[in-house]
Structures are given as C-alpha cells and as structure tokens.
Design a protein. Structure first.
Length: 320
C-alpha cells in the first residue's frame, strides 16, 4: 500500500514539474518575443506622448517621467537606468532640462545606445536679460522649453521619425512616416487654433508672468511679452529672493499686469506670496507647463495640454 502511495506521489510530483517547465518555457518564449520588439525610451512625458504618436504600433515606447512630475528634478530607479542602456533609441529633451537624468543618458550613449536630443534640434532660443524679473544669471543660455511652440514640435516630430526609421531595426518605415505626417497635420491645426484664440487678447494685455521662465517660445511665436517670473530662472530648482519679488512687483505694476500663471504640478505658494505683495488684487491661473497629467485629468496628451493652456491664458488675459 505504501509503495503505491509513494509511486502516486512521484507521478504527481513529476506532473507538477513537467507543468512548471512547460509554463516557464512559454513565459520565456513570450519574454524573448518582447525582447525582440523594437524599444524606444523617452525621458519626459511630453516627448513620450509625441514619440508614441510617431512610433504607433511599430515599437514599444517607454516613458521614464511619471505624470505631474517635474522634469528638472525627477530621478530614475536602477531599473529605469538599465532600461536606458538596453534601448534601441533614447529620445530626450536636452538643453539641461532633465537635470538629474542627463548623466544616465550620457552613460547609455557611452555604452553604444543612439540618443537624440529633441530640444537641441528644434532651433532653441536663449534666455535673455531683457528687464526686471528676467533670468540674469542664465542670459545667453539655451531655453529647454521648446514644446510651448507647436511649430518647433512639428520640426521635432519629423526628426524623431527620422531617428526611428534610421536607428530602430524592425519598424515599418512607411508606417512611421505616415504616423508622423498625420501628427504633423494635427500640430498644424493646433497652431492655427492657437492663433485664432490668442487673436482675441488685446495687444496691451499680451504680457506674461509665470512661476518660472517657461513660456519664452510661446511668447516668441504668438507675440507676447514676458514680464518676468516669480522664480527668476529657467529651472524650478532655483529660489527667489525678497529683492526678486520686489523687482517683479514693480515690473508688473508698470506693465499693469495682474495675472500670474502658475504650473499646475507645482505648489502655488510663491505666486500667492506675490499676490500678497501686490495687495491681493492678482489672479493666479494654473497652467500645465512642464508635465502631462494622467489621462482624463486635463492634460493627458500634448495636444490636450496646449489647448488647455491656450484657453486658460486667453481667458486670464482677455477679461476685464
């Protein structure tokens, strides 16, 4: 009796082991198939959305920066850093934007991964010390926030498509080009809509004050004046001094500006301080300036973000 029981147990164990190895083999096969998929890794979620539109189903696009994060300060896990070095192509903003991530991008490049700095290829502007509240210490340095001009995003779209076609093996070149062409048309429509919307803002009210210097490209493209920023810098990692706030307050008084646009992903405390400095008669309007949100939360895509910002800016500046 005990022999039969022992044999039955052996057979059950063998069946379990066989099932395990069959399942493990199937999982390994799936993993190998996934490993064979072309892989593009993108640092910021704004560029990630744009790149996904271009790649479509032709490549897996992994985005390192989570929704509502700050591109100046977000970091990577060890797994994400390894993901960079295993990519077929890395797309990043450049121009100093991803301050805590650039060393990982450089390490990936040193290991042989093709990297593409979209901002550096999109005719970057430089910060200029054009008045009180402007980033004096950064004057002449490149401004990384090129995506606030949709025409520059159109240029970046074509260049990202070129990079995918040239460096990502296994993609259908025509499908990638078709995706890029379709998205380019959507960007052209966005630009035309922004022009019509901003046309309703009176000339004497086309003045911007923000949490930090982020809308220089939009101002250049659509005819706005940048009066200054609460944080007089192109990065959120800087801090304003009391003299910075006083200078900005005087500049706003001279320009008769009573609206401050604050990044929705950052606390508005500094903008609230400015409101107190000016006696409370300041409107603080939230914008999605440097990060997308989760889907359905106001700025789930680049196109959503730009339309939301345009509407908020036109309403914030156009009213009595």
């Amino acid at each position: 009796m005990s022999v039969r029981v022992g044999a039955a147990r052996v057979r059950a164990l063998m069946l379990t082991l066989v099932s395990f190895f069959v399942l493990a083999g199937a999982m390994t096969g799936c993993a190998s198939g996934d490993d064979d998929r072309p892989r593009v890794v993108v640092t910021t979620n704004i560029l990630g959305d744009i790149t996904r539109e271009i790649a479509g189903d032709e490549a897996d696009v992994s985005v390192l920066m989570r929704p509502n994060a700050d591109p100046h300060s977000f970091g990577l896990s060890a797994m994400q850093a390894a993901e960079l070095e295993n990519a077929d192509l890395v797309v990043y903003n450049g121009l100093g934007l991803e301050e805590n991530v650039l060393r990982h991008v450089e390490a990936a490049r040193a290991s042989g991964v093709v990297t593409f700095a979209a901002g550096e290829a999109a005719d970057p502007l430089t910060f200029h010390a054009g008045g009180e509240g402007s980033p004096e210490e950064e004057a002449g340095e490149p401004d990384p926030h090129f995506w606030t001009d949709p025409d520059r995003v159109r240029k970046a779209t074509g260049l990202i498509a070129d990079q995918i076609v040239e460096h990502v093996n296994g993609v259908n070149d025509k499908a990638v080009r078709d995706n890029a062409e379709r998205y380019d048309g959507q960007l052209a429509d966005l630009t035309a809509w922004m022009e019509r919307t901003f046309a309703a803002v009176p000339e004497d009210r086309r003045a911007l004050v923000t949490n930090h210097h982020v809308f220089g490209y939009l101002a250049d493209r659509f005819g706005f004046r940048v009066i200054g920023a609460v944080i007089p810098s192109g990065t959120t990692l800087a801090s304003p001094s009391s003299s910075d706030l006083r200078s900005l307050t005087r500049a706003m008084e001279r320009a008769r500006v009573r609206t401050v646009f604050a990044d929705s992903s950052q606390p508005t405390r500094l903008a609230e301080v400015l409101r107190q400095e000016m006696g409370g008669d300041v409107d603080v309007v939230p914008l999605y300036s440097e990060s997308l949100t989760e889907k359905g939360k106001g700025a789930g895509t680049y196109l959503d973000m730009m339309r939301a910002n345009t509407t908020a800016m036109a309403e914030g500046l156009g009213g009595d």
